[in-house]
Design a binder for this molecule. Structure first.
Ligand SMILES: *Cc1c(COP(=O)(O)O)cnc(C)c1O
Length: 234
């Protein structure tokens, strides 16, 4: 089932690319595997997936040990500063940087391991009260501050669009994030690139791809519904 779902998602991405005149090699599918058992991830892995998205620190730590080492783990969930140290040498990208303080902690922990951590700044484009993330106008000032950090590299932006019935309702959100990334790249800030736009989930990834997403984060569409019942916040 997972392999079939995956093929369907990949087809949809290709179709969205065609309709927007994009090459599908520009879009990385991140399979969001939070709450799912390692066996499910292995099914996706065997079907070719190497990029997995996780929200909880403890789950990344556990799965990192149990699954193949060529997997790229993406931290996409809210990250507490005191937990950065547990994942700093396990993830290939942190999508959810929302403050200078968090960036400072990532800088300190990355320095200890002598690595440079690629990060995205999470933007709450719709300014929903229920979501973490920077306001649009806060992003450029933060990018400038982080540009001085030797062990953190801002590579782009991420957003979680609102839950909507019709994905067209989020098109404007994706356009705004894209515009923000273009505006920032025009500033030519040292040590900063804006090559990554992480946007689009199961409900709206085709629209996000049409609007320029370079990473889509799809969970339910690949692994099926999640059960949160028994899990604790990490
Ligand atoms: C859970 C999650 C996803 C995947 O959501 P689906 O609707 O299941 O595709 C993507 N991004 C983030 C940040 C998430 O927390």
């Amino acid at each position: 089932m997972i392999a079939e779902n995956l093929a369907e998602v990949q087809n949809n991405i290709e179709e969205a690319c065609r309709s927007a005149g994009r090459d599908s090699s520009e879009v990385t599918l991140v399979a969001v595997s939070k709450t799912k058992p390692p066996a499910d991830l292995m099914e996706a892995y065997e079907a070719g997936v190497r990029d997995f998205g996780e929200n909880f620190v403890q789950e990344i730590v556990d799965k990192y040990d149990r699954l193949p080492k060529d997997i790229k783990w993406h931290m996409i969930g809210h990250l507490q500063r005191n937990k950065v140290k547990y994942i700093i040498d396990k993830v290939s990208m942190i999508h959810s940087v929302v403050s200078l303080r968090l960036a400072e902690t990532i800088e300190q922990e990355a320095a200890k391991k002598n690595l440079v951590m690629p990060v995205l700044l999470e933007v709450n484009v719709a300014e929903e009260d229920t979501k973490f993330g920077l306001k649009v106008e806060e992003v450029l000032p933060l990018v400038r501050e982080i540009s001085a950090f030797p062990h953190v590299k801002v590579e782009g932006l991420m957003t979680i669009a609102p839950f909507v019935d019709d994905p067209e309702q989020n098109r404007d959100i994706f356009r705004k994030l894209r515009k923000l990334s273009v505006d920032i790249s025009r500033e030519n800030i040292n040590n900063i690139t804006m090559n990554v736009l992480s946007m689009g989930m199961t409900g709206d990834y085709q629209v996000a791809v049409q609007e320029g997403a370079s990473m889509v984060r799809v969970g339910t569409g690949i692994f099926g519904e999640r059960k949160y019942k028994d899990r604790l916040e990490s």
